[in-house]
Design a binder for this molecule. Structure first.
Ligand code: F0G
Length: 448
């Protein structure tokens, strides 16, 4: 079976702390079965200088080298060392995502200013691309012909694209009937062997973990620590955009909990290397119907996972048994962040409010704004503090949800809930093809 040997890192088990130079195909510790993370032992002897890193990363923005045009590989000093020539990197120019002001959402949340880092502006429309460029590159350099993932849709879209770019075959396992058509269509177009399994995401992931022990297939779920290394660059790029002034709060959606773990790891490494002087509080928001981390922290003090049977229309985070719960719980503790849950109505409202700014995002991303409103009300986020929301997926990822929302068909909702949602609804208007009818509609709209 092909193997991944990278020279500048070691794998550390997050459970028993065991260190190793290689990883099993399921990326779990051979001794205790817990997840592995990547560490860079050489930083202890020769820490890269923060000033040198900042100037190298800034200089590369003018370069036309494909690895510098990638918003991930531009930060390569904090990533696993490439064992291949630079032109062997599988990249779609991921990263390089915008940081938007959301002035209306800021007002709604009760803050003077609110920023959103839009990872939905990545090549396949989600934050997954930042991890995928790294993990797919290492899969190919290790000699794998096949890559595979279980997914709620975005990972599969991203993996299929990077596998296709890299000349590898890909196998996708998704829960049947529970992912959006846009995401499914991406996997098909990029040529993945796509299996819709009669189970949920957790069932797909379980099956994949068995499969990689039997067949020479490289798994590209966020259990794979190379994925998380790539996703760290979201935080590096964000801090660079903020001129290395750390915000008070970063708020991220939580599903399988890989992204929050990656962002938290990046924040801790940035502080270790002196790139930032203080840590932002990293908070995770979950849908009420998929609130495993919320319950794990509240009911078990973060000591053991409280799994749930997940149900939410934010299908990207319809996950009840999050693999990286322990990593996420640790970074929340290390940064002093909060973990909150939001209802289906709160998610729909927040999504429409982000849409009304001309930005938009998919439902799972909107949990961040819905959660922020709660955290402000609870006094955890103070009105004078700076906040960045991480929008993880593009608005176009789930058009069915958006259309059902605007037509008032997404859910029943109580009278008071509908009173809050109705002003945000813009149902399509079917008219005869007459100029008068259009003008009348315009006049009516002018009065609203
Ligand atoms: N937002 C979006 C748009 C996602 O697609 C996901 C996860 C998350 C948030 C949660 O991130 O799992 O790192 O906590 N989607 C995965 C998938 C599970 O298969 O596409 P997480």
């Amino acid at each position: 079976m092909p193997g991944t040997q990278v020279t500048n890192l070691r794998y550390r088990c997050i459970g028993c702390g065991n260190l190793g130079d290689s990883a099993c195909p399921d990326f779990r510790c051979a001794h205790c079965g817990d997840l592995l993370e990547i560490t860079y032992p050489q930083w202890r002897e020769a820490k890269p200088s923060a000033a040198d890193l900042k100037s190298a990363w800034s200089r590369r923005r003018l370069s036309q080298d494909p690895v510098d045009l990638s918003g991930v590989w531009r930060f390569r000093e904090l990533l696993p060392a490439l064992s291949v020539a630079r032109d062997q990197v599988i990249t779609l120019r991921e990263g390089n995502t915008p940081l938007y002001e959301l002035p209306q959402c800021a007002r709604i949340a009760g803050l003077p200013r609110l920023l959103a880092k839009h990872q939905g502006m990545n090549p396949t429309g989600s934050f997954k691309d930042c991890g995928m460029t790294v993990a797919a590159t290492f899969a190919r350099s290790a000699g794998f012909r096949w890559v595979a993932c279980a997914s709620t849709g975005n990972t599969s879209a991203s993996m299929a694209a990077y596998a296709a770019r890299g000349g590898m075959r890909s196998l996708v396992l998704v829960p049947e009937g529970k992912i959006s058509w846009s995401k499914l269509s991406q996997a098909l177009d990029y040529g993945a062997v796509t299996c819709q399994l009669r189970t949920d995401f957790d069932g797909c992931l379980c099956l994949l973990q068995e499969l990689v022990r039997r067949a020479p297939i490289y798994q590209l779920n966020s259990i794979n620590p190379f994925r998380l290394e790539g996703q760290k660059t979201l935080a590096l790029e964000l801090l660079e955009q903020l001129d290395w002034e750390a915000p008070d709060h970063i708020i991220v959606p939580g599903g399988n909990l890989g992204n929050s773990s990656a962002i938290g790891k990046a924040l801790l490494e940035m502080r270790e290397l002196g790139l930032i002087s203080r840590l932002p509080k990293l908070s995770v928001i979950q849908a009420e119907g998929a609130n495993a981390l919320v319950r794990t922290l509240r009911e078990a003090g973060g000591k053991r996972l409280v799994s749930v049977h997940a149900e939410t229309r934010a299908t990207a985070v319809r996950i009840g048994n999050p693999a990286s719960w322990k990593k996420a719980a640790r970074v929340l503790e290390a940064t002093g962040g909060a973990c909150e849950q939001v209802s289906e109505v709160e998610i729909a409202q927040a999504k429409a409010e982000i849409g009304a700014e001309g930005v938009g995002c998919e439902p799972a991303s909107a949990v961040t704004l819905a959660g922020l409103k709660k955290l402000v009300k609870q006094g955890f986020v103070k009105p004078d503090e700076s906040v960045v929301l991480i929008l993880t997926g593009n608005l176009l990822k789930d058009p069915d949800y958006t259309i059902e929302f605007h037509r008032g068909e997404l859910f029943q909702g109580s009278i008071s809930e509908n009173a809050a949602l109705n002003p945000l609804r813009h149902s399509p208007i079917i008219l005869d093809a007459s100029l008068e009818a259009v003008i009348r509609t315009l006049e009516q709209a002018e009065k609203c």
